[in-house]
Design a binder for this molecule. Sequence first.
Ligand SMILES: C[S@@+](CC[C@H](N)C(=O)[O-])C[C@H]1O[C@@H](n2cnc3c(N)ncnc32)[C@H](O)[C@@H]1O
Length: 213
Amino acid sequence: MTTSTHFWDKIARKYAAQPIKDPTSYEHTLGRTRSYLPETGKVLELGAGTGSTALLLARSAGQITATDVSPEMMLIGRENATAQGIENVNFISAAADDGRFSDGSHDAVLAFNLLHLLRDLDGTLTRVNAALKPGGYFISKSPCLGEKGWYLPLMVAVVRVFMAVRYWRAPPFVRFMKIRDLEARIEAHGFDIVETGNFPADPPNRYIVARKR
Ligand SMILES: C[S@@+](CC[C@H](N)C(=O)[O-])C[C@H]1O[C@@H](n2cnc3c(N)ncnc32)[C@H](O)[C@@H]1O
């Protein structure tokens, strides 16, 4: 178990209780995502947190495997699925670059608010490609904090110190990505980008739909 796993386990219950920050943006990207999922399709979600998005998408897919590095997040997801009577979403504790899903059988792979937290982004993008069928969709939404000024890294550093003291855990790694760089990396891993947008716009949380070549 990594220090990052301990951090996410520790804050899981609190994270689950937080309201969605920008409901309009969330609903918009949820609807766009739904439009790409085949009704009987097989979907893999990486860094799914407590699985709230997977549960909202459950009726739009045949089977959803929600994964997250934090076992505590997955436990909350299972509790919520049971409470809502949803049976086609299963929860597996797994890192985003876990090789278990690299079987080319998925119609879509989802990663929301995750890519900026990955040290080995290229390793995960390789796994995403391997998990998808040809023509399958990789749908992600990622804060691109590299688009903001010099003050943002400073603010994030202050927040990290606060989190370390508050939760007594090392806070997770954060990548300051630029939109152009992120999209180039996704394309370099064998994808064509078919839809993009910033939801919300500031700081940009980049919604990217990419199709496996
Ligand atoms: C900011 S939360 C986003 C959760 C959810 N996708 C959402 O949009 O609300 C980031 C999640 O990524 C998970 N995570 C962090 N690093 C990870 C990794 N290397 N592999 C898989 N999950 C990871 C954390 O446990 C946490 O649940």
